[in-house]
Design a protein around this ligand. Structure first.
Ligand code: RB5
Length: 144
């Protein structure tokens, strides 16, 4: 499985650790930057990740910024993106099981790295429940 990842300066530290962790687990990682803690604008990186997910160049994405909101707001401007913000592993499970989030967003300044890793592991190992109400609801998300 190929996973795209992006971050701003606030997410850089956790991004580097998550890339190493996920590569060790056998995932192919595509890093859309930024590649330092120098201040940048999160939309520049969110749009690159979203375009890659929409084009099928990566199977899913992970995005990190300080609160997670800048990344989530930007990613969700893309019609095929369902970016979900998670700050504990139960939300990480539900955002896949119920919302089928194709991008997981993490608030790097508000969770520990250990929590970030737990959320990522949970999200990756959870399947969309599909069928019935969840399928119907996510089908209604795109703007007409
Ligand atoms: C950067 O200071 C911060 O604004 C950014 O990481 C993020 O929290 C924005 O939503």
């Amino acid at each position: 499985m190929k996973i795209g990842i992006c971050n701003d300066h606030a997410g850089y530290e956790y991004k580097t650790k998550l890339v190493a962790l996920l590569q060790k687990k056998g995932y192919e990682m595509v890093d859309f930057g930024t590649d330092s803690t120098v201040s940048v604008d999160y939309p520049d990186f969110a749009h690159k990740l979203a375009a890659a997910v929409e084009a099928g160049e990566v199977d899913a994405g992970i995005a990190l910024c300080g609160t997670g909101n800048g990344m989530a707001i930007t990613l969700n401007k893309h019609q095929k993106i369902r970016a979900g913000l998670a700050w504990n592993s139960e939300i990480g499970r539900l955002v896949k099981a119920h919302n089928n989030a194709n991008v997981l967003v993490l608030p790097a300044r508000f969770i520990s790295y250990q929590m970030a890793a737990r959320i990522v592991n949970t999200w990756l190992s959870t399947s969309f429940e599909g069928g019935g109400r969840h399928e119907r609801r996510i089908a209604k998300i795109p703007c007409k």
